[in-house]
Design a binder for this molecule. Structure first.
Ligand SMILES: [Zn+2]
Length: 312
């Protein structure tokens, strides 16, 4: 049996699924702060979960590790809900201009075929910044790879790392920059080295359970990264699968034709096919959907694609 993970009493982890990232809630005394806010279609659920933890305390700070839709989707609704308490939003500085202009291409919502309710940041996060959350010191560490602008938060006193999508118990977030011909594997390798150097006792990932066997997780992540870096088409295939599965988590059930039409309009899937697989788009999509069906991630019956939740 795994040992129970004991966190400082001023922090709680809301472990969500894959459509919504985990949320970490900090008790700041007379207010609370939250790290990451889940996907837009779960915003009401995020608010309800937060309500159970916060008591009478208002939410006054939202901190985002990165701007992917599954980490910032509740920003707008949470900020509006706590508007009278001047709830602020802090985002990594790299995409500040894109947020201000709400550039859905740069923010990846358009090319991934995902949604996010518009919000505006109040503060920016940079590598080396220090935050106080739950009366604890958190150092902001840049961790590009999965996303060029992602940050992690580390508390050295208790050896706690909020790793976002740089390290999960079993893997890490897909390396998106590589499919656009930009570097991501090298940055992910550096992020893993940085985690090793920090030597955390407890990792709270962006998705999945918190864990303490960091050495094993790092080994798995290195092995996986080596496999992807040696075969970029494998990484591209992984990104394609992740995007389809993610959309199905939200849609639950959709006609195969509608799914193909949706992703024909989202830039990443056509891009992946053009760069790596060179098939007619329709064929590429049917093939990828079949692969997902073969591993039990979805089912296809009479032209209807339905999400299948992983059994654990
Ligand atoms: Zn992400």
């Amino acid at each position: 049996m795994k040992p129970a993970i004991v966190l400082p009493p001023t922090m709680s982890v809301l472990e969500r699924g894959w459509l919504s990232s985990n949320n970490i809630v900090f008790n700041d005394g007379d207010a609370v702060s939250i790290v990451d806010t889940g996907y837009v279609s779960h915003a009401a659920q995020t608010l309800a979960l937060l309500d159970r933890l916060r008591g009478e305390r208002p939410l006054t700070r939202i901190i985002n590790t990165h701007l992917h839709s599954d980490h910032v989707g509740g920003n707008a609704q949470l900020q509006a809900h706590f508007a009278e308490h001047d709830c602020s939003i802090a985002v990594p500085s790299g995409l500040a201009a894109a947020v201000a202009a709400w550039d859905e291409q740069a923010l990846t919502y358009a090319p991934t075929g995902q949604r996010c309710e518009r919000f505006m940041y109040d503060r920016l996060l940079d590598d080396g910044d220090v935050l106080t959350l739950g009366a604890l010191r958190w150092d902001v560490l840049a961790a590009p790879g999965h996303d060029p602008h992602m940050v992690m938060l580390v508390n050295a006193e208790h050896g706690i790392l909020i790793s976002a999508d740089a390290l999960w118990e079993n893997g890490f977030g897909a390396i998106f920059p590589e499919i656009e011909g930009e570097s991501g594997f090298a940055e992910q390798r550096a992020a893993l080295a940085l985690i090793e150097q920090q030597a955390p006792r407890i990792v709270i990932p962006g998705h999945g359970a918190s864990f303490t066997d960091v050495a094993t997780a790092l080994k798995r992540a290195h092995d996986r990264l080596d496999a992807l870096a040696s075969d970029p088409a494998r990484n591209a295939r992984q990104v394609a699968r992740v995007l389809i599965k993610f959309w199905l988590l939200d849609q639950r059930s959709v006609a195969l034709e509608a799914l193909i039409a949706h992703f024909a309009r989202a830039r990443y899937l056509p891009l992946i096919n053009e760069r790596y697989f060179h098939q007619p788009f329709d064929q590429f999509m049917r093939c990828t959907v079949s692969e997902l069906a073969a591993v039990g991630a979805l089912s296809v019956v009479d032209g209807i694609v339905t999400n299948v939740d992983a059994v654990s």
